[in-house]
Design a protein around this ligand. Structure first.
Ligand SMILES: Cc1ncc(COP(=O)(O)O)c(C=O)c1O
Length: 396
């Protein structure tokens, strides 16, 4: 259904490249005549990006061929892994920093430090954006965070502080520790400042998706979509996108994809935050009891709360289903996705089967499988065997 434009924009880019090198005056003519059709601030009209912040956002939307053919629905994925830091978290890292700059809380190249507690991609995005904009990053994370994420953070020049895994009520828990470190910085320094990024509660998170991710999806689909489906970690993506799209897309259903062990599924289905693995004595892991990283949570955050009224339904996904889907996408489409993306696709297929063929479903590839090699992908089994997986054997 989409008239995808990457090839035509590539051709246009090549043609313009030739014009730039041979006839600058022709280029200015082109710019003058085409400016009527393009919005003043359309970054696609720029040929040279000025640093990392300029590269954030405007990610492609791709049809997933295998899942679309198998379900009869058009299943589209917003490729957030195409951001320069490899995930959607680049958007919120930039928004949080720019918001703090506008409020006068931090200033580039003044020794100011951004503190965050994150076991996921937010730390990597913050470390990258901090370096690009003249700040330092201090990331607190649980000591069982995957080794590739820790290595990446260190190579991006962040201070990495590993703390023992603990519940959110524990003051040594990694989010609480980051808040404490920022406060300690401010108490001890008169020359520089510490900012607690606070991705779970900071409204610069969901508003980044409201201002950018949502409008991009609307433009890329020309407003023709029936379902938006994704998981929630902080809730920023689902809240921001749904708040933008719901009033503009009549009949749109917003669906939460939730991994096992997360309380959000029951929050949406029954209004109660609870998962059966939370029963006393049954919890196996310190946080949400799943192999999946980045989504699923057992507390209500501000970024989820601002969008929860816009969420129509929820789909539960087991680790087993997510692992099988991750393999399926490699084997059928060459897509090497992270664990939360695999959850999104399982949920998209389950929902497609529920509503039947002929619908357009948009979901998100949050990050690459490369971030999950030592944990999720280690359990995925061998890939590329002679007997391929079929969707019926994936969905429980
Ligand atoms: C890999 C990954 N996928 C998805 C999400 C969920 O995004 P959000 O925090 O906007 O709910 C996160 C958030 O941490 C993540 O790290």
């Amino acid at each position: 259904m989409l008239q995808c434009s990457p090839s035509s924009s590539l051709l246009l880019g090549l043609a313009l490249g030739i014009l730039v090198s041979s006839a600058p005056s022709l280029l200015s003519c082109f710019r003058e005549s085409s400016s009527k059709d393009q919005s003043e601030n359309d970054p696609d009209s720029d040929f040279i990006k000025h640093g990392i912040p300029d590269l954030i956002g405007h990610t492609p939307l791709m049809q997933i061929q295998s899942l679309s053919a198998a379900t009869g629905c058009t299943i589209l994925a917003k490729l957030e892994l195409a951001n320069p830091g490899g995930s959607a978290k680049d958007r919120i890292a930039l928004a949080i920093i720019e918001h703090a700059e506008q409020k006068g809380l931090i200033r580039p190249h003044s020794g100011d430090v951004v503190y965050e507690g994150t076991s996921g991609s937010t730390g990597i995005s913050l470390a990258m954006v901090c370096r690009a904009k003249g700040y330092r990053a201090h990331i607190c994370l649980p000591s069982d965070t995957s080794v590739e994420k820790i290595n990446l953070l260190e190579k991006l020049g962040a201070v990495v502080e590993k703390v023992p895994p603990a519940g959110i009520v524990d003051k040594r828990q990694y989010v609480n520790m980051a808040r404490t470190r920022a406060a300690q910085h401010n108490a001890s320094s008169s020359t520089s400042r510490g900012l607690f990024a606070d991705q779970f509660e900071n409204e610069a998170n969901w508003t980044a998706h409201y201002n950018h991710t949502g409008p991009e999806i609307f433009k890329q689909t020309q407003g023709k979509l029936d379902v938006f489906i994704t998981g929630a970690g902080t809730g920023g993506t689902i809240s921001g996108v749904s708040r933008f799209l719901k009033p503009r897309v009549p009949g749109l259903k917003v669906v939460l994809a939730d991994p096992q062990g997360s309380g959000l599924f029951n929050k949406i289905k029954r209004g109660v935050m609870f998962d059966v693995v939370e029963r006393e004595g049954t919890r196996r892991r310190h946080q949400v009891d799943t192999l999946v990283e980045g989504i699923g949570i057992n507390r209500l955050t501000k970024n989820f709360a601002v969008g929860s009224a816009f969420i129509d339904d929820a789909v539960r996904v087991t680790d087993e289903e997510a692992l099988a889907m991750a393999r399926y996408l490699v084997e059928n489409d060459g897509i090497f996705a992270g664990s939360s993306s695999a959850v999104n696709f399982v949920a998209a297929v389950k929902y497609a089967r529920k509503i039947g063929p002929g619908h357009t479903i948009v979901t998100v590839i949050c990050d690459s499988g490369a971030r999950h090699l030592s944990k999720f992908w280690k359990d995925a089994g061998s890939v590329g065997g002679e007997i391929g997986l079929d969707l019926d054997s994936i969905l429980k």
